[in-house]
Design a protein around this ligand. Structure first.
Ligand code: NAD
Ligand code: MG
Length: 409
């Protein structure tokens, strides 16, 4: 596949953003707005935040704007009337947006809901910037097979995987000794296990270093995020799981490292701002300007590192075990985690219940081979039902939230 280069090129790069109203989506929009003339927007999609989607569409003038929740269709149509932007709604329209012939597609829908649109983007070939890690965790083998078939190029957006992508010498894969994924440790790095039982939604979503959507913020707090990233790294890079380490680095300055057989360790550094890894993918294979605060190591002074605590953060072990088990285990892990995190955000279960629900579901759900999208969807649906059942059986489970809880944007 011919790689189309960008920015200084005469033709603007055509781009689509799946999940443009989310945290990664808004950062991507920000970079496009800051580079007038460098990009032409083919399609934007959101779930239910029609107001923000309409505002982005009026600004970026995409050919198509899609609201996934069909209830938002009328409002989006009205908000964009006379704008020349085509409006559509529902799951089929999401696939249509992903399949349009954009040169570059950002996959930034959260959770397994992003799987079918991401696969559609992969099937059209071209560049796919992947922020959605749940896709690879749930359906890694199916996605990688589609990439092989279509010739699509996957550009990792997760900051750790972007870092590895930047320092990994793919032509010398046999010289890689280890990959070291760094982890901030989240907001509860120093909290005693007894106190973690009682943490609230508000405490869990308040990440010390990164500003992100609610689901990934909770994943960071349980450190399941690092477990998901381990599986993501396993699919993206030519290294077995046993040679991928997790290292806690609370300052989030080193975004990950690759260690080589000669003793060299290459790292990528930067302040924690997702616009840097997004810009790396958006401008690839060139580099483009991004507005992140510049790194001053003298100002930071000290960088620290420590081993993760498997006792208080069992999710990393669950993810590693699921990867070793194979078959549908990582699909089950992801589905159960999505259900458990959602239940925690809805204040139905406690913080430490999240890993309990995942572990019980992994122990009870039937595991079988996963070769097709249909296999993934069946394993995912069965695991979700089972996880919901475990949620309802937890002592103290409240089926309805005491306060109004906002859904994803
Ligand atoms: P977010 O919750 O802020 O945004 C999610 C986006 O997906 C929104 O546009 C929302 O409208 C859309 N969406 C949600 N449910 C949908 C559905 N059922 N159908 C269609 N669209 C739906 O999430 P985020 O923080 O931007 O994260 C997006 C993805 O990127 C996640 O998979 C996350 O793990 C990954 N990621 C995020 C960050 C970050 O800094 N935020 C960093 C690394 C990786
Ligand atoms: Mg990350």
């Amino acid at each position: 596949m011919a790689v189309v280069s960008t920015l200084a090129a005469a033709e603007p790069r055509s781009v689509t953003i799946l999940g443009s109203t989310g945290s990664v989506g808004c950062s991507t929009v920000d970079l496009i707005v800051r580079n007038p003339g460098a990009f032409r927007v083919e399609a934007l999609t959101g779930n239910a935040n029609v107001e923000l989607l309409a505002e982005q569409a009026r600004r970026l003038k995409p050919r198509l704007a899609v609201v996934a929740d069909v209830a938002g269709y009328g409002a989006l149509k009205a908000a964009l009337s006379g704008s020349g932007v085509e409006v559509a709604a529902g799951p089929e329209a999401l696939i249509e947006a992903a399949s349009r012939p954009a040169q570059w597609v950002m996959s930034a829908i959260v959770g397994a809901a992003g799987l079918s649109p991401t696969l559609a983007a992969i099937r059209r070939g071209g560049l796919v910037a992947l922020a959605n890690k749940e896709c690879l965790v749930s359906a890694g083998a199916v996605m990688m097979a589609e990439i092989e078939r279509s010739g699509a190029i996957l550009l990792p957006v997760d900051s750790e995987h972007s870092a590895i992508f930047q320092v990994l010498e793919f032509d010398k894969a046999d010289c890689i000794e280890r990959i070291i994924l760094t982890a901030s440790g989240g907001p509860f790095l120093r909290m005693a296990a007894a106190d973690m039982e009682r943490v609230t939604r508000e405490q869990a979503v308040a990440h010390p270093n990164w500003s992100m959507g609610a689901k990934i913020s909770v994943d960071s707090a349980t450190m399941m995020n690092k477990g998901l990233e381990l599986i993501e790294a396993y699919h993206l890079f030519p290294v077995e799981a046993e040679r991928i380490d997790i290292l806690v680095h609370p300052q989030s300055v080193i975004h990950s490292m690759v260690a080589y057989v000669d003793g060299s360790v290459l790292a990528q550094l930067g302040t924690p701002d997702m616009r840097t890894p997004i810009a790396f993918a958006l401008g690839w294979p060139k580099r483009m300007k991004a507005p992140a605060k510049r790194l001053s190591l003298a100002e930071i002074g000290t960088l620290t590192f420590e081993e993760p605590d498997p006792g208080r953060f069992p999710s990393m072990r669950l993810a590693r075990e699921a990867l070793q088990t194979g078959g549908a285990a990582t699909t089950i892990l992801n589905a159960a985690n999505e259900v458990a995190v959602h239940s925690f955000l809805e204040r139905q279960i406690g913080f430490l219940d999240i890993a309990r629900v995942v572990e019980r579901t992994l122990g009870a759900a039937a595991n079988g081979p996963v070769r097709t999208l249909e296999d993934v969807q069946a394993a995912d649906a069965a695991a979700r039902d089972m996880a919901k059942e475990f949620v309802s059986r937890l002592p103290g489970c409240r089926r309805s939230p005491p306060a109004t809880v906002n859904g994803p944007p």
